[in-house]
Design a binder for this molecule. Sequence first.
Ligand code: F6P
Length: 342
Amino acid sequence: MKRIGVLTGGGDCPGLNPTIRAVVRKAIHDNYDVVGIKNGWKGLIDQDTIHLDLNSISGILVKGGTILGTSRTNPFKDPKNVEKVKAHFKALKLYCLIAIGGEDTLGVANKLCKIGVPVVGIPKTIDNDLNATDFTFGFDTAVNIAMEAIDRLHTTAESHHRVMVVEVMGRHAGWIATYAGIAGGADMILIPEQPTALEDIVAVLKKRRQRGKTFSIVVAAEGAMLKDYSMVLKTEKKDAFGHVVLGGIGQLLAEKIEEATGYETRVTVLGHIQRGGSPTAFDRVLSTRFGIKAIELVNEKQFGKMVCLDGNQIKSVPLTKAVGKLKTVDMDFFNMARIFFG
Ligand code: F6P
Protein backbone atom coordinates (compact mmCIF):
# COMPACT_ATOMS: atom_id res chain seq x y z
CA MET A 1 0.00 0.00 0.00
CA LYS A 2 1.40 3.41 -0.98
CA ARG A 3 1.68 6.04 1.75
CA ILE A 4 0.78 9.72 1.32
CA GLY A 5 1.97 12.45 3.70
CA VAL A 6 -0.23 15.50 4.26
CA LEU A 7 0.69 18.80 5.94
CA THR A 8 -0.75 22.25 6.57
CA GLY A 9 1.63 25.24 6.58
CA GLY A 10 1.50 29.02 7.11
CA GLY A 11 -1.35 30.91 8.75
CA ASP A 12 -4.30 28.67 9.57
CA CYS A 13 -7.70 29.28 8.04
CA PRO A 14 -11.21 27.84 8.10
CA GLY A 15 -11.38 24.96 5.61
CA LEU A 16 -8.10 23.22 6.49
CA ASN A 17 -9.83 20.46 8.44
CA PRO A 18 -12.44 19.77 5.74
CA THR A 19 -9.52 19.49 3.27
CA ILE A 20 -7.67 17.01 5.48
CA ARG A 21 -10.91 15.05 5.88
CA ALA A 22 -11.48 14.90 2.11
CA VAL A 23 -7.85 13.92 1.42
CA VAL A 24 -8.00 11.10 3.98
CA ARG A 25 -11.45 9.84 2.90
CA LYS A 26 -10.54 9.77 -0.80
CA ALA A 27 -7.06 8.35 -0.12
CA ILE A 28 -8.45 5.48 1.98
CA HIS A 29 -11.13 4.89 -0.66
CA ASP A 30 -8.39 4.66 -3.31
CA ASN A 31 -6.31 2.30 -1.15
CA TYR A 32 -3.59 4.55 0.26
CA ASP A 33 -2.22 4.84 3.76
CA VAL A 34 -2.10 8.45 5.09
CA VAL A 35 0.35 10.06 7.48
CA GLY A 36 -0.25 13.54 8.88
CA ILE A 37 2.87 15.68 9.20
CA LYS A 38 2.60 17.99 12.17
CA ASN A 39 3.12 21.76 12.09
CA GLY A 40 3.88 22.26 8.42
CA TRP A 41 7.40 21.76 7.07
CA LYS A 42 8.67 21.69 10.68
CA GLY A 43 7.11 18.23 11.09
CA LEU A 44 9.13 16.90 8.18
CA ILE A 45 12.35 18.39 9.54
CA ASP A 46 11.66 16.88 12.99
CA GLN A 47 9.91 13.73 11.70
CA ASP A 48 6.89 14.55 13.82
CA THR A 49 3.94 12.66 12.40
CA ILE A 50 0.58 11.11 13.22
CA HIS A 51 -1.20 8.26 11.45
CA LEU A 52 -4.49 9.39 9.91
CA ASP A 53 -7.43 7.00 9.67
CA LEU A 54 -11.20 7.40 9.50
CA ASN A 55 -11.33 7.89 13.27
CA SER A 56 -8.83 10.75 13.31
CA ILE A 57 -10.88 12.81 10.87
CA SER A 58 -14.28 12.08 12.34
CA GLY A 59 -16.16 15.29 13.25
CA ILE A 60 -13.56 17.73 11.89
CA LEU A 61 -15.61 19.04 8.92
CA VAL A 62 -17.09 21.87 10.99
CA LYS A 63 -13.96 22.76 12.94
CA GLY A 64 -11.75 25.77 12.25
CA GLY A 65 -7.96 25.55 12.49
CA THR A 66 -6.04 22.40 11.58
CA ILE A 67 -5.81 19.14 13.50
CA LEU A 68 -2.24 18.82 12.17
CA GLY A 69 -1.03 22.13 13.57
CA THR A 70 0.86 24.64 11.45
CA SER A 71 3.96 26.84 11.45
CA ARG A 72 5.76 29.30 9.23
CA THR A 73 8.84 27.10 8.76
CA ASN A 74 11.02 27.46 5.68
CA PRO A 75 13.37 24.46 5.30
CA PHE A 76 15.27 26.28 2.53
CA LYS A 77 16.67 28.77 5.08
CA ASP A 78 19.16 26.07 6.07
CA PRO A 79 20.51 23.43 3.62
CA LYS A 80 20.73 20.93 6.53
CA ASN A 81 16.96 21.13 6.90
CA VAL A 82 16.41 20.41 3.21
CA GLU A 83 18.54 17.26 3.65
CA LYS A 84 16.43 16.32 6.70
CA VAL A 85 13.21 16.78 4.73
CA LYS A 86 14.53 14.48 2.00
CA ALA A 87 15.81 11.89 4.49
CA HIS A 88 12.59 11.83 6.52
CA PHE A 89 10.48 11.60 3.37
CA LYS A 90 12.42 8.39 2.65
CA ALA A 91 12.39 7.14 6.25
CA LEU A 92 8.62 7.56 6.44
CA LYS A 93 8.37 5.53 3.19
CA LEU A 94 6.24 8.22 1.61
CA TYR A 95 5.06 7.92 -1.97
CA CYS A 96 4.29 11.64 -2.17
CA LEU A 97 3.26 14.69 -0.17
CA ILE A 98 0.15 16.84 -0.19
CA ALA A 99 1.00 20.36 0.96
CA ILE A 100 -1.91 22.58 1.96
CA GLY A 101 -0.79 26.18 2.15
CA GLY A 102 -0.45 29.65 0.71
CA GLU A 103 2.30 31.31 -1.29
CA ASP A 104 5.08 30.44 1.20
CA THR A 105 4.19 26.78 1.85
CA LEU A 106 3.55 26.11 -1.84
CA GLY A 107 6.77 27.96 -2.75
CA VAL A 108 8.63 25.38 -0.64
CA ALA A 109 6.57 22.59 -2.28
CA ASN A 110 7.59 23.85 -5.70
CA LYS A 111 11.29 23.93 -4.76
CA LEU A 112 11.08 20.42 -3.28
CA CYS A 113 9.48 19.10 -6.46
CA LYS A 114 12.41 20.47 -8.42
CA ILE A 115 14.82 18.41 -6.30
CA GLY A 116 12.84 15.21 -6.70
CA VAL A 117 10.31 15.19 -3.85
CA PRO A 118 6.87 14.55 -5.38
CA VAL A 119 4.32 17.06 -4.05
CA VAL A 120 0.76 18.07 -4.91
CA GLY A 121 -0.35 21.49 -3.64
CA ILE A 122 -3.70 22.68 -2.30
CA PRO A 123 -4.22 26.47 -2.04
CA LYS A 124 -5.51 28.07 1.15
CA THR A 125 -5.44 31.55 2.65
CA ILE A 126 -8.00 33.99 3.97
CA ASP A 127 -6.16 36.68 1.95
CA ASN A 128 -7.24 35.08 -1.38
CA ASP A 129 -3.99 36.36 -2.90
CA LEU A 130 -2.72 33.10 -4.39
CA ASN A 131 -2.24 33.18 -8.13
CA ALA A 132 -3.80 30.68 -10.55
CA THR A 133 -6.98 30.00 -8.57
CA ASP A 134 -10.14 32.09 -8.63
CA PHE A 135 -10.61 31.61 -4.89
CA THR A 136 -8.81 30.02 -1.97
CA PHE A 137 -10.81 28.52 0.87
CA GLY A 138 -10.82 30.49 4.11
CA PHE A 139 -11.52 33.71 2.25
CA ASP A 140 -15.31 33.37 2.20
CA THR A 141 -15.43 32.71 5.94
CA ALA A 142 -13.15 35.68 6.69
CA VAL A 143 -15.27 37.96 4.48
CA ASN A 144 -18.44 36.88 6.25
CA ILE A 145 -16.89 37.53 9.67
CA ALA A 146 -15.72 40.99 8.56
CA MET A 147 -19.11 41.74 6.98
CA GLU A 148 -20.90 40.85 10.20
CA ALA A 149 -18.53 43.11 12.14
CA ILE A 150 -19.23 45.98 9.73
CA ASP A 151 -22.99 45.42 10.10
CA ARG A 152 -22.64 45.62 13.88
CA LEU A 153 -20.42 48.70 13.69
CA HIS A 154 -23.03 50.43 11.53
CA THR A 155 -25.62 50.54 14.31
CA THR A 156 -23.26 51.89 16.96
CA ALA A 157 -21.68 54.36 14.49
CA GLU A 158 -25.12 55.69 13.60
CA SER A 159 -26.21 56.04 17.23
CA HIS A 160 -23.07 57.96 18.21
CA HIS A 161 -22.58 59.89 14.96
CA ARG A 162 -19.07 58.54 14.69
CA VAL A 163 -16.61 57.45 12.07
CA MET A 164 -15.73 53.78 12.54
CA VAL A 165 -12.47 52.51 11.10
CA VAL A 166 -12.31 48.71 10.68
CA GLU A 167 -8.89 47.15 10.09
CA VAL A 168 -9.11 43.76 8.38
CA MET A 169 -6.39 41.31 7.32
CA GLY A 170 -4.75 41.45 3.93
CA ARG A 171 -1.03 41.84 3.86
CA HIS A 172 -0.36 42.42 0.17
CA ALA A 173 -3.84 42.26 -1.30
CA GLY A 174 -7.07 43.94 -0.30
CA TRP A 175 -9.50 41.16 -1.20
CA ILE A 176 -11.05 40.87 2.27
CA ALA A 177 -11.35 44.67 2.59
CA THR A 178 -12.94 44.99 -0.86
CA TYR A 179 -15.42 42.12 -0.54
CA ALA A 180 -16.38 42.84 3.08
CA GLY A 181 -16.53 46.56 2.28
CA ILE A 182 -18.90 46.03 -0.65
CA ALA A 183 -21.00 43.48 1.28
CA GLY A 184 -21.13 45.65 4.41
CA GLY A 185 -21.75 48.94 2.61
CA ALA A 186 -18.50 50.65 3.57
CA ASP A 187 -18.23 54.36 2.77
CA MET A 188 -14.51 54.10 2.03
CA ILE A 189 -12.18 51.15 1.44
CA LEU A 190 -8.39 51.24 1.61
CA ILE A 191 -6.32 48.47 0.04
CA PRO A 192 -2.58 47.78 -0.25
CA GLU A 193 -2.74 47.91 -4.05
CA GLN A 194 -3.31 51.67 -4.07
CA PRO A 195 -2.15 54.21 -1.46
CA THR A 196 -4.96 56.64 -0.56
CA ALA A 197 -4.53 60.36 0.17
CA LEU A 198 -5.90 61.50 3.54
CA GLU A 199 -7.60 64.45 1.73
CA ASP A 200 -9.61 62.00 -0.38
CA ILE A 201 -10.87 60.18 2.71
CA VAL A 202 -11.72 63.47 4.42
CA ALA A 203 -13.57 64.66 1.30
CA VAL A 204 -15.72 61.50 1.29
CA LEU A 205 -16.55 61.82 4.99
CA LYS A 206 -17.44 65.51 4.63
CA LYS A 207 -19.62 64.81 1.60
CA ARG A 208 -21.58 62.30 3.67
CA ARG A 209 -22.12 64.81 6.48
CA GLN A 210 -23.30 67.36 3.93
CA ARG A 211 -26.02 65.00 2.80
CA GLY A 212 -27.12 64.37 6.36
CA LYS A 213 -25.20 61.16 7.10
CA THR A 214 -23.66 61.72 10.51
CA PHE A 215 -21.72 58.46 10.60
CA SER A 216 -19.32 56.64 8.29
CA ILE A 217 -17.59 53.29 7.99
CA VAL A 218 -14.01 53.09 6.69
CA VAL A 219 -12.59 49.63 5.96
CA ALA A 220 -8.80 49.33 5.72
CA ALA A 221 -6.69 46.28 4.89
CA GLU A 222 -3.77 45.94 7.32
CA GLY A 223 -1.34 46.41 4.40
CA ALA A 224 -3.06 49.59 3.16
CA MET A 225 -1.07 52.79 3.05
CA LEU A 226 -1.84 56.46 3.33
CA LYS A 227 -0.17 58.50 0.59
CA ASP A 228 3.02 60.15 1.94
CA TYR A 229 3.12 57.73 4.90
CA SER A 230 5.06 54.49 5.09
CA MET A 231 3.50 51.09 5.81
CA VAL A 232 2.45 50.69 9.45
CA LEU A 233 4.27 47.79 11.11
CA LYS A 234 3.72 46.16 14.48
CA THR A 235 7.37 45.11 14.71
CA GLU A 236 10.38 45.18 12.38
CA LYS A 237 11.00 41.48 13.11
CA LYS A 238 10.62 39.23 10.05
CA ASP A 239 9.39 35.63 9.86
CA ALA A 240 11.17 32.75 8.04
CA PHE A 241 9.73 33.94 4.73
CA GLY A 242 10.79 37.56 5.24
CA HIS A 243 7.36 38.94 6.19
CA VAL A 244 7.02 41.74 8.73
CA VAL A 245 4.11 41.80 11.20
CA LEU A 246 1.59 44.40 10.06
CA GLY A 247 -1.07 46.20 12.07
CA GLY A 248 -1.74 49.76 13.14
CA ILE A 249 -3.02 51.40 9.94
CA GLY A 250 -6.51 51.53 11.52
CA GLN A 251 -5.24 53.46 14.55
CA LEU A 252 -3.23 55.87 12.38
CA LEU A 253 -6.24 56.47 10.14
CA ALA A 254 -8.58 57.07 13.07
CA GLU A 255 -6.19 59.65 14.54
CA LYS A 256 -5.66 61.45 11.23
CA ILE A 257 -9.38 61.44 10.37
CA GLU A 258 -10.39 62.86 13.76
CA GLU A 259 -7.64 65.48 13.53
CA ALA A 260 -8.62 66.56 10.01
CA THR A 261 -12.44 66.49 10.38
CA GLY A 262 -13.18 66.94 14.06
CA TYR A 263 -15.55 63.92 13.78
CA GLU A 264 -15.34 61.52 16.69
CA THR A 265 -13.64 58.38 15.38
CA ARG A 266 -13.13 54.86 16.75
CA VAL A 267 -11.11 51.94 15.48
CA THR A 268 -11.78 48.18 15.52
CA VAL A 269 -9.02 45.74 14.60
CA LEU A 270 -10.55 42.37 13.64
CA GLY A 271 -7.24 40.49 13.65
CA HIS A 272 -7.23 36.72 14.05
CA ILE A 273 -10.99 36.52 14.65
CA GLN A 274 -11.10 36.44 10.83
CA ARG A 275 -9.07 33.23 10.81
CA GLY A 276 -10.88 31.38 13.57
CA GLY A 277 -14.03 29.30 13.87
CA SER A 278 -16.20 27.19 11.66
CA PRO A 279 -15.91 27.48 7.84
CA THR A 280 -18.86 28.69 5.76
CA ALA A 281 -20.69 26.24 3.48
CA PHE A 282 -18.79 27.69 0.48
CA ASP A 283 -15.42 27.05 2.15
CA ARG A 284 -16.44 23.55 3.28
CA VAL A 285 -17.48 22.60 -0.25
CA LEU A 286 -14.46 24.22 -1.96
CA SER A 287 -11.96 22.64 0.43
CA THR A 288 -13.65 19.24 0.06
CA ARG A 289 -13.47 19.50 -3.74
CA PHE A 290 -9.80 20.52 -3.53
CA GLY A 291 -8.97 17.55 -1.25
CA ILE A 292 -10.63 15.03 -3.58
CA LYS A 293 -8.93 16.51 -6.65
CA ALA A 294 -5.52 16.36 -4.95
CA ILE A 295 -5.82 12.57 -4.58
CA GLU A 296 -6.97 12.30 -8.19
CA LEU A 297 -3.75 14.10 -9.19
CA VAL A 298 -1.76 11.63 -7.05
CA ASN A 299 -3.54 8.74 -8.85
CA GLU A 300 -2.47 10.26 -12.16
CA LYS A 301 1.10 10.91 -10.88
CA GLN A 302 0.63 14.61 -11.63
CA PHE A 303 3.19 15.87 -9.14
CA GLY A 304 4.37 19.49 -9.12
CA LYS A 305 0.76 20.57 -9.64
CA MET A 306 -1.67 22.59 -7.53
CA VAL A 307 -5.43 22.10 -7.54
CA CYS A 308 -7.35 25.27 -8.37
CA LEU A 309 -10.80 26.74 -8.93
CA ASP A 310 -11.40 27.97 -12.46
CA GLY A 311 -14.91 29.35 -12.78
CA ASN A 312 -16.88 26.59 -11.12
CA GLN A 313 -14.55 23.81 -12.14
CA ILE A 314 -11.79 22.23 -10.10
CA LYS A 315 -8.68 21.98 -12.27
CA SER A 316 -4.92 21.88 -11.78
CA VAL A 317 -2.01 24.16 -12.66
CA PRO A 318 1.77 23.73 -12.36
CA LEU A 319 2.96 24.93 -8.95
CA THR A 320 5.40 27.25 -10.72
CA LYS A 321 2.41 29.16 -12.12
CA ALA A 322 0.85 29.57 -8.69
CA VAL A 323 3.85 30.90 -6.76
CA GLY A 324 6.19 33.85 -7.24
CA LYS A 325 3.50 36.37 -8.11
CA LEU A 326 0.55 37.31 -5.92
CA LYS A 327 -3.01 37.82 -7.13
CA THR A 328 -3.90 41.38 -6.19
CA VAL A 329 -7.28 43.10 -6.40
CA ASP A 330 -8.47 43.78 -9.93
CA MET A 331 -8.79 47.55 -10.18
CA ASP A 332 -11.92 47.42 -12.37
CA PHE A 333 -13.59 45.48 -9.60
CA PHE A 334 -12.35 47.92 -6.96
CA ASN A 335 -13.60 50.88 -9.00
CA MET A 336 -17.09 49.42 -8.74
CA ALA A 337 -16.84 49.75 -4.94
CA ARG A 338 -15.84 53.41 -5.40
CA ILE A 339 -19.35 54.24 -6.68
CA PHE A 340 -20.48 53.82 -3.07
CA PHE A 341 -17.80 56.04 -1.49
CA GLY A 342 -19.36 59.13 -0.03
O1 F6P B 1 -1.45 35.26 5.46
C1 F6P B 1 -2.62 35.29 6.17
C2 F6P B 1 -2.56 36.29 7.29
O2 F6P B 1 -3.76 36.14 7.98
C3 F6P B 1 -2.33 37.74 6.86
O3 F6P B 1 -3.49 38.39 6.42
C4 F6P B 1 -1.76 38.33 8.13
O4 F6P B 1 -0.96 39.45 7.88
C5 F6P B 1 -0.95 37.23 8.69
O5 F6P B 1 -1.50 36.03 8.19
C6 F6P B 1 -0.88 37.19 10.18
O6 F6P B 1 -0.01 36.19 10.56
P1 F6P B 1 0.23 35.66 12.03
O7 F6P B 1 -0.78 34.59 12.28
O8 F6P B 1 1.61 35.12 11.99
O9 F6P B 1 0.03 36.79 12.97
